[in-house]
Design a protein around this ligand. Structure first.
Ligand code: NAD
Length: 264
């Protein structure tokens, strides 16, 4: 441990199981001294999340559905009561109807478009505002995004639009809160096998393609996202805000299929 997160307290939202990106981040932050509270969606997840967070010495967990304002108010009221101030927030939440994460983007329904934007984009703004109200100078906010915001990726569809809007919101939030010494950044993670990812059509093909064509010729894992989060949430990242940090084995710089990549 470096002690980089020693004395820092914060909230991680979006832990569903031990494959979650939120879990890779949680383990890394805890290892470096952070004290972490967790929010999870729905009582069904409670039994899975409880032993996980206990294994890293944490016990604070609050149910929170980000589509519900009262639910978010209750979460932050609980944190306020427990700690008064927080130092960091991790938003690792996204959702869209899986029926629309295949086929054509152009067929997206109005209802799922609105719901995807609400849960995957607005929720970050909604929690950023509440978290910032509890932060001192040096606070840091982080969300998770994907390259499908920047370029068309197969099946990512409406989620690509949501991530594009999320990335834009990171920049606006960085400006709004920068005057108070609060930073706001995103990590653009390469494809990782998680519960949310399993809803995306041909996800195994996407992972294989990234493995064969990224500069590092492999995929990344949850722990590598955790290490980047440690940088952005600790004092190491003190000069960085409004950034979209790619943790994708370099895939975002590639212009075409690698010459040594076999056909898949
Ligand atoms: P995951 O399924 O482990 O996490 C998604 C989380 O979102 C779950 O904990 C789920 O409970 C939560 N969630 C969904 N709707 C919610 C709601 N209404 N209220 C509260 N929570 C809600 O999957 P993950 O891949 O770890 O996803 C975390 C983040 O990382 C997402 O934003 C995802 O888009 C992003 N991301 C994932 C990948 C990947 O390949 N897995 C790549 C880049 C970015």
């Amino acid at each position: 441990s470096t002690g980089l997160m020693q004395g820092k307290r914060g909230l991680i939202m979006g832990l569903a199981n031990d494959k979650s990106i939120a879990w890779g981040i949680a383990k890394t932050l805890a290892e470096h001294g952070a004290e972490i509270a967790f929010s999870y969606q729905g009582e069904a997840l409670k039994k899975r999340v409880e032993p996980l967070i206990a294994s890293i010495g944490m016990d604070e967990m609050v149910e929170c559905d980000v589509s519900n304002e009262e639910s978010m108010d209750a979460l932050f009221a609980r944190l306020e009561q427990k700690w008064g101030k927080i130092d960091f927030l991790v938003h690792a939440i996204g959702f869209s109807d899986k029926a629309e994460l295949r086929g054509r983007y152009v067929d997206t329904s109005r209802a799922n478009f609105a719901m995807t934007m609400d849960i995957s984009v607005y929720s970050f703004t909604a929690v950023a505002r509440r978290a910032a109200a509890m932060m001192n100078h040096g606070g840091s906010l982080l969300t998770l995004t994907y390259y499908g915001a920047e370029k068309v990726m197969p099946h990512y569809n409406v989620m690509g639009l949501a991530k594009a809007a999320l990335e834009a919101s990171v920049k606006y939030i960085a400006e709004d809160l920068g005057k108070d010494g609060i930073r706001c950044n995103a990590i653009s993670a390469g494809p990782i096998k998680t519960l949310a990812a399993s809803g995306i059509g041909d996800f195994r093909y996407i992972m294989k393609w990234n493995e064969l064509n990224s500069p590092l010729r492999r995929n990344v894992d949850q722990e590598e996202v955790g290490k980047a989060a440690l940088y952005l949430l600790s004092d190491l990242g003190s000069g960085t805000t409004g950034e979209n940090l790619h943790v994708d084995a370099g895939y975002h710089v590639v212009g075409m299929k690698a010459v040594d990549a076999p056909d898949i």
